[in-house]
Design a protein around this ligand. Structure first.
Ligand code: PXG
Length: 457
């Protein structure tokens, strides 16, 4: 058996990578100028190591996913046993296996009341594609095939397939021709910083929700199938909804009979200090999409949960839903997800976020509020953002846009902290297992980088 890491020298790996590997969301010419990619070799808890032996505190849990932290031997053990017993079988055509049965049952017990049926896929993008087809299928089966429009929001990220990229609301995601596909409209996000409002202003919450209603009215309520939203918008820059926002969005969906889809790909599995963001913000979704934290990234697996309303045409009527993936409910991924949930339970990681790590992260970052580069600090549970600004009073951006956040991010990496820059902001979503001491370290590295970038500006 060949060990596939720590064999070849870094320079050789970088050269081979530059020669053959196309990366997601990467400027390849910039990466080539830098000498090639950073090679990550291993991880333990919240820590990563690169091929040069440098240690990094992973402020992003990989990509918002390694909730239980790196290096958990139980997951590898469970995967190996499942591969030995049954490495693969499909769940199409009236077939099942124990790991997927158990995971469906387990999720139904864990999810907010009413979400009792689960469909599996491999990524968040596929889960959102599935949600889109499910809600359109629902309306068609009600004899309302004209109800196809999905209302999403600017700055949303829902994935990279054609449908998921269309649901997304980042302009850069629509740069490739053919996206967005027809039938998707975007309302304004509840982004108080951008709108010049205060984070905790309920009047702004109501105004942002009215933008959802305006999009519905504009499209024609009788053509709208669903609204999709992340409880807290993650990749869009940790946009935390103002008080009252979700209550009003829920009312609007209810008033027009529109299905509500919660994209819990980032918020789900403890990130906001509850099992699901829907619980933190009192949302009653008809459909919920999940991925990342479902397996803590140890295996690719995603899920779409639906309530009785959406499940009814699938369960109680003849005919089949023409949708599915070879690896829907993959037995190894399902077994690993179950073990991940066991660890979350055993270590009370949701309680740890709610009572310890979440408050400590928010309090630690709040100490940077008065820093001359920092315009705003916001967050929810174990996710947070620092909004940088050239002028706090006018909320002016830097020139060129995003350049200062990128500089702080690069310096953070040099000093051993992995973070992401989003527009003028820096975002944080460390593994949920992070301790208070590790949060202190995160904040202290970040502060030193802000200080040094400020000093040279
Ligand atoms: N929904 C949400 C809310 C996400 O954050 C997806 C769907 C798509 O999931 P997949 O598994 O198809 O990638 C995501 C993914 C970033 C970053 O840079 C964020 C994501 C993915 C890659 C990069 O912040 N989120």
């Amino acid at each position: 058996m060949k060990d596939r890491t720590n064999i070849r020298p870094t320079a050789e790996l970088q050269a081979a990578d530059l020669a053959h590997h196309l990366h997601p969301f990467t400027d390849h010419s910039e990466m080539a100028t830098d000498g090639g990619p950073r090679i990550i070799t291993h991880g333990e808890g919240v820590w990563l190591w690169d091929s040069e032996g440098r240690r990094l505190l992973d402020g992003m849990a990989g990509l918002w996913c390694v909730n239980i932290g790196y290096g958990r031997p139980e997951l590898g053990e469970v995967a190996r046993r499942q591969m030995d017993r049954l490495a693969y079988y499909n769940t199409f055509f009236k077939t099942s296996h124990e790991p997927v049965v158990e995971l469906s049952e387990r999720l139904a017990g864990l999810l907010p009341a009413g979400l009792d049926h689960v469909f599996f896929a491999n990524s968040g993008s596929e889960a959102n594609d599935t949600a889109l087809r499910l809600v359109r299928n629902y309306w068609a089966r009600q004899g309302r095939p004209e109800r196809q429009v999905i209302v999403s929001r600017r700055h949303a990220y829902h994935g990279s397939t054609i449908a998921a990229a269309s649901l997304g609301g980042m302009a850069s995601m629509h740069d490739i021709p053919g996206v967005p596909i027809p039938g998707i409209v975007h309302a304004e996000p509840p982004y108080s910083w951008e709108a010049g409002a205060q984070l905790d202003d309920p009047e702004f919450g109501a105004r942002a929700a009215e933008s959802v209603e305006a999009a519905i009215l504009d499209a024609g309520p009788d053509t709208v199938a669903a609204f999709i939203g992340e409880p807290v918008m993650g990749a869009g820059g940790v946009i935390v909804p103002p008080p009252g926002y979700w209550k009003r969005v829920q009312e609007i969906c209810d008033n027009y009979g529109i299905l509500l889809i919660c994209d819990e790909v980032i918020c789900g599995f403890g990130r906001t200090g509850e099992w699901f963001g829907a619980q933190s913000y009192d949302i009653r979704p008809d459909v919920m999409t999940m991925a990342k934290g479902l397996s803590s990234g140890y295996q690719p697996i995603s899920a779409v949960a639906v309530n009785a309303r959406v499940a009814e045409p699938l369960l109680d009527r003849a005919g089949r839903f023409p949708h599915g993936f070879t690896y829907s409910g993959h037995p190894v991924a399902a077994a690993v997800a179950l073990e991940n949930l066991d660890i979350m339970d055993r270590e009370n990681l949701v309680g740890h976020v709610r009572d310890t790590a979440g408050p400590a992260l928010q309090a630690g970052l709040a100490t940077l509020r008065d820093h001359p580069l920092v315009g705003e600090v916001r967050g929810s549970g174990a996710m947070a953002a620092l909004e940088l600004s050239a002028d706090k009073a006018t909320r002016q951006a830097f020139e060129p846009a995003g350049s200062v956040a990128a500089r702080v991010r690069d310096l953070c990496f040099e000093r051993g902290l992995a973070t992401r820059a989003v527009r003028e902001g820096l975002v944080f979503a460390p593994p949920l297992v992070i301790t208070e001491a590790e949060i202190d370290e995160l904040v202290s590295i970040l502060k030193s980088c802000l200080d040094d970038v400020w000093a040279v500006l």
